[in-house]
Design a protein around this ligand. Sequence first.
Ligand SMILES: [Fe+2]
Ligand SMILES: [Fe+2]
Length: 279
Amino acid sequence: MFVDQLEQIDRILTLPQVVAQINELVESRTASASDLHRVIKTDPALSAKILRLVNSAYYGLPGRVGSLEKAVILLGVTAVRNLAIAAGVEQLFRQLRLTGPISGRDLWVHSLAVATASRELAQRAGMAHLEEVFMAGIIHDMGLLAAAQAVPQDFSQVVMVCVGSKQSWKAAETEILGVEHGVAGARLADRWHFPSYLVEMITSHHTWNDLPDASDLAGVIYIADTIAGGLGDGFTLTSQSQVIEPPMLERLGVTEQDVADVWQSLPSYIEELSGHLSV
Ligand SMILES: [Fe+2]
Ligand SMILES: [Fe+2]
């Protein structure tokens, strides 16, 4: 059972070396843009991604940024760390080989949709650090990734049980895998030395509403997950039984109109971003 592998979960999935180094640098709080530049330039794919992103319409900078060093200075240390984690997790999703109706791409599209929707919601809720919210969306389901990698046949069985039925994902995964993906993902995030607020968000992203102390970040991810689940593209099984209720929106300081706006704009945002994070 997957639950029996939790103790060694960081052997199931390995964070790319360059991402681990960037994470360590940022955690040390002494990292400068040139330190980061030195590490990032050893990974040409990540370097190219950063350059593409900083030159995208999303950042709206006048003129072209041609050097990686300048791109790092313009984006800032935190945004670059987030981008590196997103790129590293994306790579893990893309390497995932799954049989059955769900692919690694479906999980990646879902993560991107949740990232995009959560950033838009967080902005409407007046939350700070929107790039961190985006990254939280990218990694929120990495417990699913770990399960799919460790026990692909059991994972497919959970999928088969839930496709076309009213069976909740939580019940199926608890029975077949022995653990919820939030708990597994949090264990992995902890082992990878992610900040504690991200570990908490991963643990409670489906149970936020039952937990008075859960963070607004977990709440925003819950709402974004539910919106993304209604998109019909990507992986939607974990949120098919989730609902958005007025008290939840009040708790986060967003309105039903905000949710409707995010829902409507989501497909075009994903299209814009997918070119930069290569779906
Ligand atoms: Fe989830
Ligand atoms: Fe999700």
